[in-house]
Design a protein around this ligand. Sequence first.
Ligand code: ADP
Length: 283
Amino acid sequence: MVAMSDAHVVQQAMPLDSAGLLEWPSREPFYLPIGREVDLFEAAYRHRLPVLLKGPTGCGKTRFVRAMAWRLHRPLVTVACHDDLSANDLTGRFLVHGGETVWQDGPLTAAVRAGAICYLDEVVEARQDTVVAIHPLADDRRLLPLDKRGELLAAHPEFQLVVSYNPGYQNLMKELKPSTRQRFVTIAFDFPPRDIEVAIICQETGVERPVAVNLAKLAERVRRLRDRGLVEVASTRLLVHAGCLIAAGVEPRDACEAAIAGPLSDDPELQAAIMDLVAMTLP
Ligand code: ADP
């Protein structure tokens, strides 16, 4: 397939296989609410207000969106944003297919047409011009400009836009512009309190409760190392990984080294500090 420039295209009405971009979870995703995020999301969805999920990596944002898609009976389209992501990557392009030029919907266009929930993960990583391209979709116009087709696509009534960002990564070059932020209802996420985190670890990994309690206590201690230069602290995701290794028979300290200390830092001193906490916390 060859991407074609505007000058060569013959516009086609039918999108090419955009259905493949939509995900319908086959069973209800396991999600334990931490606060009032489910009610807030449902209220925003009722008014089709775009939602921004703000919080550290690995604290449940993606799982939450999947659970909400299930709850609201909507398909889900997920895009992991990166600094090369262009507006065309989101909206679509013309392709030469079997000797014909056909339009292929990008993931955002597929979601807008189908009335899906479109989740732009780590939106702050995307190029500014890409982010600005979603502005008309993220206010009450609910329109997606398809520049290559010379069209403005009106969003399906059920379409919902959700973006996430991690304020921890924030720097001067990578901040959401106020004109973008103010289009979104913001739901703030953080790591769950201990009892909820323990329940998540048990459910996700199958370890016994005392093991999960120790992992949650370890996370609390590691999270205090933020002041000592740890950029990202132990997320629920890392605890789940450690729990999976333990459930698979790995010795708990080795599991924590592989799943927590290793991913968090390359600095030998910080790794040693984390392993000291492991030794203090795990029997
Ligand atoms: P994020 O999108 O914030 O980076 P994820 O949603 O991918 O994080 O969460 C990472 C993992 O942590 C999930 O795969 C899941 O195992 C677990 N998790 C975190 N929070 C929850 C929660 N509230 N309920 C159920 N699982 C959770």
